[in-house]
Design a protein around this ligand. Structure first.
Ligand SMILES: Nc1ncnc2c1ncn2[C@@H]1O[C@H](COP(=O)(O)OP(=O)(O)OP(=O)(O)O)[C@@H](O)[C@H]1O
Ligand SMILES: [Mg+2]
Length: 347
């Protein structure tokens, strides 16, 4: 069978968990462990924009940090172009860092106030010893133009305090793009920006894919943003993967009660009184046994008391190409559940 670049996974996440160990101190007994990610598996294909969607604390940034190797998995493995990411060191880590970049949530914190736009954007070129001074300057100007900071000479020697939030995020994108990476993780790149500026940033990310073929993992809590920019999305809840599939299908016709609850939570324009389409979220949390059963069971209004509190549903393919972890949709119980999944923070 002929394979195209589009159906080659560039990133493979296999059974990845991340537990932050609760730290005690002299005055306090050890804190609780936090399961930030619980046995996540997914593939991202070359050239796609893949969305990771979930509410605050669901483990999105943790997933991004693991992929760029800023942190190590507790268990499970991550492969980028068939090479294992965890444990990279020395020269292979440096080569990896050239290919995979991350854009952070807050452009006010991610840029060094002491450094000019030129210093910030040219630094990765210096670290990787690419080009001489004039070649680097030409490359920085080209990339500033590409992210809409034009004419570039007006921006080269500005410092962050003389840039708007949107301009700062453009600088952060330019810095991530200057090494021609193959894979970029954009972690809520517009959560600090106005809607109109956000739309401009989304268009830059879309152009990065169209013109340069850059594969992206786009992290967001916003279904509207995910729908605008992503080809496929994964919905995570307290570190667990609930539903994965084409963005349009998942958002238009969600199958997991949690995804349905997310759709219900989106404010509907022109409706004074909130009409709930699905009504899958319980108003009051119910008691549930510890460490077993579906993670969503305590707040699920459509749960089956015979099975949902007892077993954890495995991620199961449906007939339309998506995957869902819900007994109501025919999931089988997950084979082994060696991790508790109750200690992530509250709903
Ligand atoms: N370094 C850390 N030490 C301990 N716990 C952590 C650490 N980093 C994250 N966590 C916890 O892991 C869980 C997942 O956090 P994460 O930042 O990945 O969520 P998120 O989905 O990115 O949230 P947000 O939308 O608020 O950015 C949270 O409960 C968080 O408190
Ligand atoms: Mg985050």
């Amino acid at each position: 069978m002929k394979t195209t670049d589009e159906n080659k996974p560039i990133l493979q996440i296999r059974n990845v968990s991340k537990i932050y160990r609760g730290k005690g101190n002299l005055f306090r007994s050890p804190g609780k462990d936090v399961v930030a990610l619980n046995r996540i598996s997914l593939d991202i294909f070359k050239g796609e924009i893949f969305g990771l969607v979930g509410e605050s604390g669901s483990g999105k940034t943790t997933a991004g940090r693991l992929v760029v190797s800023l942190e190590e998995t507790t268990s499970g493995r991550i492969f980028m172009e068939n090479r294992e990411v965890t444990g990279l060191k020395g020269r292979s880590l440096k080569a990896f860092r050239r290919k995979v970049q991350m854009i952070f949530q807050d452009p006010y914190q991610s840029l060094n106030p002491q450094r000019s736009v030129y210093d910030t954007v040219s630094e990765p070129l210096k670290i990787h010893r690419m080009g001489n001074a004039s070649e680097r300057k030409a490359k920085v100007k080209e990339i500033l133009k590409a992210v809409g900071l034009s004419p570039p000479d007006d921006f080269l020697f500005r410092y962050p305090h003389r840039l708007s939030g949107g301009q700062r995020q453009r600088v952060a994108i330019a810095r991530a793009m200057v090494l021609n990476p193959e894979f970029v993780i954009a972690d809520e790149p517009t959560s600090m920006l106005d809607a109109s500026i956000s739309a401009q940033i989304f268009n830059i990310l879309l152009a990065m894919r169209k013109d340069l073929g850059v594969t992206q993992m786009f992290i967001t809590h916003s279904l509207a943003a995910a729908r605008y920019i992503c080809d496929r999305i994964a919905v995570i809840y307290r570190g667990n993967l609930m539903e994965l599939g084409p963005a349009e299908a998942v958002i238009q016709n969600p199958r997991h009660p949690y995804t349905q609850a997310l759709i219900d939570a989106v404010p509907k324009f022109g409706h004074a009184k909130e009409a709930k389409l699905y009504g899958t979220l319980l108003a009051k949390r119910r008691e549930a046994g510890k460490d077993k059963g579906c993670i969503f069971y305590p707040v699920c209004a459509v749960a089956d008391d015979a099975i949902c509190p007892r077993k954890k549903p495995g991620l199961t393919p449906l007939d339309d190409g998506r995957m869902v972890a819900c007994f109501r949709e025919g999931s089988d119980p997950e084979q082994t559940s060696f991790l508790p999944h109750v200690s992530n923070k509250g709903v």
